[in-house]
Design a protein around this ligand. Structure first.
Ligand SMILES: Cc1cc2nc3c(=O)[nH]c(=O)nc-3n(C[C@H](O)[C@H](O)[C@H](O)COP(=O)(O)OP(=O)(O)OC[C@H]3O[C@@H](n4cnc5c(N)ncnc54)[C@H](O)[C@@H]3O)c2cc1C
Length: 691
């Protein structure tokens, strides 16, 4: 068995070995940051592992990355740090976890005095910052808070009118009115228009009668329903007596406030049956339940009537002309949940990457005979696992921060284009980021070997709790199709001479470039300056998206005659999903490049540029087959891209410590003993009981 050695024990032999390990990587000088207005020379130092290493000041990087709302995040961290009774233990039963989670939320609101609904309404970016911090205390708590404030609170605020705000705002905010968001049914999750619960208007009593017409319509998976909820926003088909035809008209899916438990006794109200959805793969601090309604009467006022209303005499009114438009507007108001998930998923990725990288910097395994062992992050394979992931974490940080800003702007301006933009962008980023994080959590666990499997080192709970982020608030495969559909709409608009929404603007130029063949001269350019030029990188991403968009549009047209629209869509589905992902990658890169360019500190800017180049080139390399197939990249260039991305991984490894430090996650947030910033091994041995 190899003996464990501390970090300090590296000596010149080990350094020489690492140098040998990295000899195949020709150092390529870091190109001038031509867009750096400050023109400070970049500071480099000789690296013990060979080559040059950037000198990075993690603090200035943190200052740049840190959102405006760090103070409130620290308030959350401090509150839980100083209230150990509110920290979630590693082993806890489902029922205890649910109670603890409710107490954590009560503590946050009534103990720490943080009022999330206030921020949902007035400062959404601050609300998402709180959600992020709370999620890193316990992801169940983040979701519980999301159910109460984004979903239950958000539906009342965004789908209701002033009378609803007057009646419910304070109770939701101070948790007197814990509530649920009851959309999904046993038979329908993604296809919300297929919901079957009904709300029939009774003009005699001026009430709606809520019914579950069959078992397929039982509301399922409803967070906060099994134990704590007193109210639910129930999505149901609004039915009205139609006197003209002596029948009933279906006005489509609407939202209704339904009290489900008695305010005083907490007993389930008559006509309502509630069951527990049971033990889950993760998020067991959230009490998901199933609800059945049998002729449950609620006042007419409980219809959340912003987009459609029913008068005392049973007349339906709406400013929106069709069922589809009303449905679109209703769901459009709920994108906040998606924005929050994308943003929180990045924070899960930050925690996971921090644990894996900090540990990989102290862990040593193997070495040349009779020589000190090598730090595992110096293995090329390990760099390949973790460095592009670290680069992606940075990329997602800037992309989701931008999304949050856009969302906050949209809430203020209600500008129609911005609404459409945020809708598609939130769908795309939520799908892309949560899928990436889910895969990365397994990679991080594996990168930490056996110790990654100890529950105390977090990967198990992070993976289990986060996994469902891929499904709720819109299944990722379904969301990507919305992005593809939106791109096709924009594409058609372009050919009709219309304008493009801001996020898709690039398509105007790149579609034109695409329609000509790739340039055979630039296809051969392989110099480091060229490959690290943001213009080359963005062009390559956008070219791929434009090409996929054009080709799928042609294919859809071809297949729609024999197969119909639905059949044609299904025939091209994988192509459409690749298109959506490619587009989202372009947007992420664009936001990253903008963030690098606006960074005021030269050392932080140089570090970000390195990371951004790795993000871009690694993605291009991952999809090199596509680029080669159309001769966008000649064989020599493909080889240069591969070599450069390996080299960049190596360079990023050199500043990996500073890069994870810049996430600014204190040990009491990362919590894993193997990732402690000092004495990791001793904390780990103490955890299992050694003195
Ligand atoms: C822990 C948890 C908490 C939840 N909390 C709530 C809550 O509080 N309130 C609430 O209303 N709901 C809640 N949900 C429900 C959740 O929103 C749904 O599960 C989600 O929307 C997906 O729907 P589904 O389960 O019906 O999946 P399905 O739509 O049945 O999807 C199953 C599979 O089919 C694929 N698929 C479906 N449609 C298509 C298509 N058109 N093209 C290609 N593939 C397709 C999907 O990609 C997926 O892989 C929760 C769920 C869970 C597990």
């Amino acid at each position: 068995m190899q003996t464990l050695k501390s970090n300090d024990e590296s000596n010149s032999e080990a350094e020489r070995r690492i140098q040998r390990l990295s000899l195949h990587l020709n150092p390529i000088p870091i190109p001038h940051l031509t867009w750096n207005h400050h023109h400070h020379p970049l500071q480099m130092e000789n690296c013990s592992r060979g080559g040059k290493k950037l000198i990075v000041d993690a603090n200035s990087l943190t200052d740049y990355m840190r959102g405006k709302y760090r103070d409130i995040q620290e308030k959350v961290f401090d509150y839980f740090n100083t209230n150990p009774q509110l920290q979630t233990p590693l082993e806890i039963s489902k029922d205890n976890h649910r109670e603890l989670c409710m107490n954590q939320l009560l503590g946050l609101v009534r103990g720490a005095g943080i009022r999330p609904l206030h921020y949902v309404v007035n400062d959404p970016a601050k609300y998402f910052a709180i959600l992020e911090a709370v999620g890193s205390v316990d992801m169940s708590l983040g979701i519980k808070m999301g159910v109460q404030y984004s979903l239950w609170g958000g539906s009342v605020i965004n789908l209701g009118t002033q009378k609803h705000k007057d009646k419910y705002y304070d109770g939701i905010d101070n948790l007197d009115f814990p509530g649920c968001f009851a959309m999904t049914e046993l038979h329908h999750g993604s296809n919300v228009q297929g919901l079957q619960t009904v709300a029939t208007f009774d003009p005699i009593t001026d009430e709606f009668i809520i019914d579950t017409p069959n078992d397929g319509a039982i509301k399922w998976w409803i967070g906060n329903a099994a134990v704590h909820g007193k109210f639910a926003t129930v999505f149901a088909r609004l039915k009205l007596p139609n006197y003209d035809v002596k029948g009933i008209s279906d006005m489509g899916v609407h939202a209704f406030i339904v009290p489900i438990r008695d305010m005083k006794t907490h007993q389930t109200l008559p006509g309502i049956e509630i069951h527990d959805c049971g033990h889950k793969v993760g998020l067991n601090g959230v009490d998901n339940g199933a609800l059945r309604f049998r002729s449950v009467r609620i006042p007419r006022d409980n219809l959340l009537n912003r987009f459609g209303d029913v008068s005392r005499d049973g007349q339906y009114t709406s400013t929106l002309p069709s069922v589809n438009k009303r449905f679109g507007a209703t769901l459009g108001e709920l994108v906040g949940g998606r924005v929050g998930l994308a943003y929180s998923s990045v924070s899960v990725l930050k925690v996971s990457a921090t644990i894996a990288i900090r540990y990989s910097l102290i862990r040593q395994q193997f070495g040349p005979p009779n020589q000190p062992e090598v730090t595992i992050l110096d293995y090329q394979s390990h760099q390949h696992k973790l460095m592009p992931m670290l680069a992606s974490t940075y990329a997602f940080h800037f992309a989701t921060t931008n999304l949050v800003e856009k969302y906050a702007q949209m809430k203020k301006s209600h500008d129609e284009e911005l609404v459409a933009d945020v809708h598609a962008l939130s769908a795309g980023l939520k799908a892309y980021v949560t899928s990436y994080t889910a895969k990365s959590l397994s990679i991080c666990r594996e990168a930490c070997g056996g110790h990654g499997y100890a529950a105390v080192n977090r990967f198990g709970s992070l993976r289990n709790d986060h996994d469902i982020f891929q499904t709720f608030e819109g299944d990722n495969t379904v969301l990507l199709q919305q992005v593809a559909a939106d791109l096709l709409k924009q594409y058609q608009r372009k050919f009709k001479g219309g304008t493009l929404a801001a996020t898709w603007n690039y398509l105007r130029d790149s579609m034109n470039t695409y329609l000509s063949q790739p340039n055979p001269v630039t296809a051969r350019w392989e110099g480091g300056d060229h490959l690290r030029d943001p213009k080359f990188q963005l062009d390559a991403f956008r070219y791929r998206t434009s090409r996929l968009l054009h080709s799928v549009a042609v294919r859809l047209q071809k297949h729609s005659k024999p197969l119909g629209q639905f059949g044609a869509w299904n025939r091209c589905l994988n192509h459409l999903l690749t298109l959506a992902e490619s587009h989202i990658e372009s947007v992420i890169l664009e936001k990253f490049i903008e963030a690098v360019q606006s960074c005021p500190d030269p050392s932080a800017q140089a570090a970000l540029k390195l990371v951004c180049d790795l993000y871009a080139l690694d993605r291009i390399w991952n999809d090199i087959g596509t680029y080669r197939n159309v001769d966008y990249v000649a064989p020599n260039k493909a080889k240069a891209i591969h070599k450069l991305s390996e080299y960049l991984s190596f360079q990023v490894r050199n500043i990996a410590k500073e890069l994870v430090d810049a996430f600014d996650l204190p040990d009491h947030v990362t919590r894993a003993p193997i990732a402690k910033q000092s004495g990791a091994y001793s904390q780990y041995t103490q955890y299992v009981g050694f003195e």
